[in-house]
Design a protein around this ligand. Sequence first.
Ligand code: F6P
Length: 302
Amino acid sequence: MKIKNIAILTSGGDAPGMNSAIYGAFCECQKNDLKIFGIFNGYDGLIDNNFIELNYSFLSGRINRGGSILRCGRSKRFLKSNHFKLAITNLKNNKIDALIIIGGDGSLKGAMKLRDNGINVICLPGTIDNDLNFTYTIGFDTATNNIVNSIDNICDSLSAFNYGAIIKIMGNKCTDLIDTVGKAINTDLLIKSNDFNITNLAKSIKSNNDGNHLPPIVLVLENSANIENLCEILQEKCKIQFRPHILGYIQRGGTPSAFDRRYGISAGKLAIQSILDKKFNCAIGFDNNSLVSKSIENCFKF
Ligand code: F6P
């Protein structure tokens, strides 16, 4: 089979560097005289036959931005057999020889389902959560820096008033973001599950609040605690005012870091090389200082 047509989609939560990966794949396709089609809205676009042939004018000026120029999706329809069959039919009707899927663990599960139904897939790990079995996923570095920079801003105001802060951090079930940010700002006041001891937390806060330290900053992994309630309890116990902060999509959006751009571009190029070598049904990501290819099954941390 001669490879002619490739398709690419981004799925799950957007991650900075996804556009770089699309660009990397596009450049390699240009070099090898292949057509590459972007699919909009993740797996929903497969169902809706929402394909566009990528070209320079579509990509121009957008590849260095965060988010995804192909938009993302968390498709519920894809889980239903009639829609799934339609997705396969659309891939076949568009004569797609291989599909590149950029996303996190839910997206990779979708990729396995396509693979099991005869579609050639290549996955690239794109999620700020770092919840896949690679040293880093595309987007994690940028999100970490976004959070640290936001905390720096928050700290300016906290210091002026000696307030404490409780900051909700994304990551879904994965603690990599909160752990890395905790180290970067040198706090071990981390809440990573519902099962935490508020008395011990209050003790640590009081013992560090001697005027020689930064204001107390408690990082809370999303879904672990209600940060407004926590502020009230800690205010009472520590006799310091606390302010709740939900950074939200400030963590996930924004210009990708140099690391994530380089990662995305190189992984996108390698995905095309892998397709040309007929090495399908794998995931390509950054592990121990280089890009490696592994089976999709080996990518899951949870
Ligand atoms: O997967 C990325 C992520 O930002 C998670 O950290 C978070 O749990 C989730 O997506 C939020 O999803 P939504 O796009 O629905 O806000």
